[in-house]
Design a binder for this molecule. Structure first.
Ligand SMILES: [Zn+2]
Ligand SMILES: [Zn+2]
Length: 271
C-alpha cells in the first residue's frame, strides 16, 4: 500500500516547480484514480487486466503515437502537451498497480547501471548485437567506481533526467538516435502487455513471478521515456517538466475541467 501525499488542485505555480516524481504521482492519483476505478468497474466489469490493456496501456500507446507525430512535424506545442499526457498515463499505470513509481524505477536502476556497474558513462554499448541481447544478467549490486555510492533517488522530477544523463548520457548521445529510443519504448510497451497476459482471472497477483517482471518492464519503459526527454532537452528542458505538468493539470482534469476527474468515455456510454 502506498501512502500518497495530499497534493490536490489548484496547484501553486512556485511550489509545484519543486515536485518530485512521487509528488506528481500523488497528485495524479488524487485527481484521476477514483474515476479510473469507476471506468474499470462499469466499463471493464472490474477486470483489472482488461482495463490495463484496453484503457491504460492503450492510452500510453495513443500518446506515444501522438508524440511521434509531434516529433516528426517538429510541433513544439504538441510535444509539450503530449509530454504531459504521457506522464499522466504512466502515473495511471503505476496507480492501478499500487506501486510507487520512484521505488520501482530505483529498484531496477539503483543509481548506477545494474548491468555494467558504472554510475557514470554506462559501458553497455549499443552497437554490437551481443551487447543488446535480451536477458542480460544484472550482476552488479554497487557501483564499480571505487568507493563511490550510487546516485541517490532524485527529489525533483528534473533530477531523474540529469541522473540518467550521468549514467547513460554518453550512450544516448553517441550511439542512439531519437528513433532508436522510440523503438525501445514500443518494445517495452509490448513487454508490459506480454506480462499482463500472464495474469489469470482478470486480476494481477503480486505473488506470481510475472508481477515482478511487470514492474521491471514498467521501470524500463519509464527509463526509456527519460532517455527520450534527455534527447529532446533542447525543446523540453528537464527543469521545465514540472512546469509542463503544471500548465496542463494545475486546475485538475483538462478534459472534463473538474478538480476530481469525472470523464467517462463515449464508447462506454449506453446508446
Ligand atoms: Zn551499463
Ligand atoms: Zn476528466
Amino acid at each position: 500500500m502506498i501512502s500518497y501525499k495530499k497534493i490536490v488542485p489548484p496547484l501553486d505555480d512556485t511550489v509545484s516547480k519543486s515536485y518530485g516524481l512521487f509528488d506528481w504521482q500523488s497528485f495524479f492519483s488524487n485527481v484521476f484514480y477514483s474515476n479510473n476505478q469507476r471506468i474499470k468497474q462499469t466499463g471493464y466489469n472490474n477486470n483489472q487486466v482488461a482495463f490495463l490493456r484496453g484503457y491504460v496501456v492503450s492510452h500510453i500507446s495513443q500518446d506515444l503515437g501522438d508524440f511521434a507525430e509531434a516529433l516528426r512535424e517538429s510541433d513544439n506545442v504538441k510535444l509539450r502537451t503530449k509530454t504531459g499526457s504521457m506522464f499522466a498515463w504512466i502515473f495511471a499505470l503505476a496507480n492501478e498497480l499500487e506501486e510507487d513509481l520512484e521505488d520501482i524505477i530505483y529498484d531496477k536502476y539503483p543509481g548506477f547501471c545494474p548491468y555494467c556497474g558504472h554510475k557514470y558513462h554506462c559501458q553497455c554499448a549499443w552497437w554490437l548485437p551481443s551487447q543488446i541481447k535480451k536477458g542480460k544478467d544484472r550482476i552488479h549490486t554497487k557501483p564499480i567506481e571505487d568507493n563511490e555510492s550510487p546516485h541517490t533517488k532524485p527529489n525533483q522530477l528534473s533530477g531523474w533526467i540529469t541522473t540518467w544523463e550521468l549514467i547513460y548520457g554518453k550512450k544516448y548521445k553517441i550511439a542512439m538516435t531519437v528513433a532508436d529510443i522510440m523503438y525501445k519504448l514500443l518494445e517495452e510497451e509490448a513487454e508490459i502487455l506480454e506480462e499482463l497476459d500472464k495474469a489469470k482471472g482478470g486480476q494481477l497477483n503480486r505473488d506470481e513471478p510475472y508481477y515482478k517482471k511487470l514492474t521491471r518492464e514498467v521501470a524500463d519503459f519509464v527509463s526509456w521515456y527519460f532517455a527520450l526527454l534527455y534527447k529532446l532537452q533542447q525543446d523540453l528542458p528537464p527543469d521545465q517538466l514540472s512546469k509542463i505538468l503544471y500548465e496542463k493539470f494545475k486546475d485538475g482534469c483538462p478534459w472534463c475541467k473538474e478538480q476530481i476527474c469525472k470523464c467517462y468515455p463515449k464508447w462506454l456510454e449506453e446508446s
